[in-house]
Ligand binder design. Structure first.
Ligand SMILES: [Fe+2]
Ligand SMILES: [Fe+2]
Length: 318
């Protein structure tokens, strides 16, 4: 799992951003349309580092994330009307557009997972309970805080994934690679928008923290627990298979390991959100974004080139 990225050194540093850097990170972002046309027969169930449960975590995340993204879209739409800053409004439109396409295309991936014996219907029901009877009924200020919390976790995830590019290439499944790389690029691209809306309209520290914990419990605990069901759903005999039990500690390490795990090695970044002066752009990802835009979007050999349809930028309405 050891991987030295050419610009990793700069990426891992926490910068006290200059005004110039902050502006660079807050540039206007496009909404990119993709067409992956997933085929269930070609889905690799061990996409993530050939580990069954770690891959099941990402499949479960793909299902739950669509509910989180729908909450982000509804909450962002509601609060966009309350903003005075035309440029921030424009950025919120980009956030809404990007999330709408993430949700749509992950639903297409989830439909393909369903044919691959993943408990998609069960997880949709479970996520429906959590969101329809819980999060979606919260008052708007709390939804705004939860939106910022969710976006913090997707930003942490994106930074980890982009900093460990090899995880995308451990499988030959080019379409799962493409959707996750596209999604992670855009999560990093828009990581400060929900936070800036929250600060602009609320700026209440206690409320911000109140939205952090439900996001943490859903993404780290609930989705991880749901993932444990996947192998049994596929084949109940897995319970007595050595392979399943052998995979468990490795998968746990890949997600929660303090040295290299997705969340375990990111715990400082995760809990830095509790710092009163925290801002997403304290973590400068501008070099990484530039690298990945070229890596993914280059028309000749970019990872996303075969799937890219079009892009547009919302207009600035003053
Ligand atoms: Fe997203
Ligand atoms: Fe997002």
């Amino acid at each position: 799992m050891q991987f030295i990225h050419p610009i990793k050194k700069t990426f891992n540093k926490v910068f006290a951003l200059s005004q110039f850097d902050a502006q660079k990170q807050s540039s206007i972002i496009p909404i990119r349309h993709m067409n992956f046309d997933f085929e269930s027969a070609k889905i690799d169930p061990k996409f993530y580092m050939n580990a069954e449960l770690a891959s099941a975590y990402f499949a479960s995340l793909s299902i739950f994330l669509t509910y989180g993204e729908d909450l982000v879209i509804d909450t962002a739409r509601y609060h966009r009307d309350l903003l005075q800053d035309a440029r921030l409004k424009q950025r919120v439109s980009s956030l809404i557009g990007q999330e709408a396409l993430h949700s749509k295309l992950h639903e297409e991936l989830n439909d393909a997972y369903m044919e691959k014996d993943l408990p998609v219907k069960l997880f949709r029901t479970l996520a429906g309970w959590v969101f329809d009877y819980g999060f979606n009924r919260l008052p708007q200020p709390m939804k705004l805080s939860l939106m910022a919390g969710i976006e913090h976790f997707t930003a942490v995830l994106a930074e980890y994934m982009m900093n460990h590019e090899q995880v995308f290439f451990s499988s030959q499944d080019e379409k799962q690679r493409a959707i996750w790389m596209w999604h992670m690029l855009e999560e990093s691209e828009h990581k400060d928008i929900a936070y800036d809306v929250f600060q602009n309209l609320s700026n209440n520290y206690a409320l911000r923290i109140a939205g952090f914990f439900p996001a943490l419990i859903t993404i780290l605990v609930l989705i991880s627990a749901a993932s444990l069901l996947v192998p049994f759903y596929r084949e109940p005999k897995n319970l007595i298979r050595w392979q399943y039990w052998k995979d468990m500690p490795r998968s746990f390490q890949l997600i929660f390991g303090l040295k290299d795990g997705v969340y375990g090695s990111s715990w400082k970044h995760i809990f830095d959100y509790l710092r009163p002066s925290f801002h997403p752009n304290d973590y400068d990802t501008s070099d990484f974004l530039a690298y990945y835009k070229e890596r993914l979007l280059n028309a000749d050999n970019g990872v996303l080139a075969p799937y890219f349809v079009k892009e547009f930028t919302p207009t600035l309405k003053v």
